[in-house]
Unconditional design. Structure first.
Length: 424
């Protein structure tokens, strides 16, 4: 009997060691999956969801959402009018300035309902976040950065207001024209026709709501007063696209272990990260690698007692600045993580030109489990629909969603793919 117990214990220990030493599973982003799509139409209109006190972007009960002073959004107004922001992810969204961590962490980032992460530079040297605020729209959001074709195409399927600090004339203005969005040049915007794409703090009808954080000399300084823009600038008759998700209180059946997700773009300290499932929070925490330090969770920052003043920029122009203490805020967690496999092309080998219309593989992480599926987007003006292994539209867990666009075809000098996702 004693020998049998010892044998069982030995096998148990061996199995544990074997499991611990097992390599994470790499997601196959290219092989066609044998999934027959049962094409979904539009879900319940977002305003109807809001009228029924349910968020169309997170599935939460709007009556249970806390609304900080100075904030707006569907939970406060009962109106669906999301705003999308192009957010810096320099140094993986943490940044170290003057020895201080979280120097470039997103301001009020924990209030975003949906977050997209996409490659910004060829070779995976930098990513950028696109955040959608709807349930609660903060007084300030930042740091706002410039737009690429990726972000024009993401915005188009939401058809919501969008704030960005600029763009290159080589491609983005032409893309706005192709998509039927007025190019936000200064001579095309008036108080009576502000449009829904707001760029930078040069004289525009929304310029009073764009500020720069005092004391930061690089490009990670621009802030937008999102709540004021949502209340006073977005045209009252603008109706955003129906982008309602489906939600469930139960996890899908099946799946395999997916408590850890390892995302590789190609630059460990600027772009790569891992996500770990926290059963107490019932959400994933994104951890990033910080040189000469332990890994850090992705957090927001907050402005404390901001003071406003005018200052002169490098070109001699008067600009509004905010002098404020900035402190580390909430850890930004995700109840759903979607890995959307795409084909990324590059304009002039520098600027991203992703293929976001069509079909491809998609992998989902919810509740510490992994599920395989596919995505489909019929045209520029259609929403991206995520389907499960049975070809039915995926039902998300209630809460925040992170959508990671990952290119499985990019190679540098015909070497191995620079981007991949593994999980265990």
């Amino acid at each position: 009997m004693k020998k049998l117990v010892c044998l069982v214990l030995a096998l148990t220990i061996l199995c544990g060691i074997t499991a611990a030493l097992a390599d994470p599973i790499q997601i196959d982003g290219t092989s066609k999956r044998n999934i027959k799509i049962h094409e979904a139409g539009l879900n319940t209109a977002p305003q109807e969801m809001v009228d029924n006190l349910i968020s169309p972007t997170t599935g939460r009960k709007l009556t249970e959402i806390s609304i900080p002073s100075g904030f707006t959004g569907a939970a406060a107004t009962g109106k669906y009018q999301p705003i999308m922001a192009q957010i810096s992810n320099e140094s993986n969204g943490i940044g170290v300035r003057g020895g201080k961590l979280y120097a470039i962490a997103p301001i009020n980032g924990s209030y975003a309902d949906v977050v997209y992460m996409a490659c910004q530079k060829k070779g995976g040297n930098q990513t950028r976040m696109t955040m959608i605020f709807s349930d609660t729209i903060p007084d300030y959001i930042g740091f706002i950065r410039s737009t690429r074709l990726t972000h024009c195409r993401i915005r188009q399927e939401w058809d919501c207001a969008f704030v960005t600090s600029g763009y290159a004339d080589s491609d983005v203005p032409g893309e706005w024209t192709r998509l039927g969005v007025k190019n936000p040049a200064s001579n095309q915007r008036t108080p009576d026709d502000p449009g829904i794409v707001y760029v930078g703090d040069y004289p525009k009808v929304w310029k009073q709501y764009v500020w720069r954080l005092y004391g930061i000399k690089d490009s990670n300084s621009e802030l937008f007063q999102a709540a004021n823009i949502a209340q006073y600038i977005i045209p009252k008759d603008h109706v955003p696209a129906n982008h309602t998700f489906l939600f469930s209180d139960e996890l899908p059946e099946g799946g395999d272990d997916g408590g850890f997700i390892y995302v590789t773009y190609g630059n460990k300290y600027e772009a790569d990260c891992r996500l770990e499932y926290d059963p107490d929070l019932q959400a994933y925490i994104r951890y990033v690698y910080v040189k000469d330090s332990e890994d850090k969770p992705y957090c927001e920052t907050l402005l404390i007692n901001p003071e406003y003043k005018w200052a002169t920029d490098a070109d001699g122009n008067k600009v509004k600045k905010v002098a404020a203490e900035r402190v580390e805020g909430e850890v930004i967690t995700f109840n759903n993580v979607i890995i959307q496999s795409i084909n990324m092309n590059w304009k002039n080998s520098l600027r991203p030109d992703p293929q976001l219309v069509g079909e491809g593989n998609a992998d989902y992480f919810m509740g510490g489990k992994h599920y395989a599926g596919v995505w489909q987007r019929k045209d520029d003006n259609s929403r991206t629909v995520y389907y499960d292994e049975n070809g039915e539209e995926l039902k998300l867990q209630r809460g925040r969603t992170l959508i990671i666009l990952i290119d499985y075809t990019e190679k540098i000098d015909d070497k191995k793919n620079t981007a991949n996702v593994k999980y265990e």
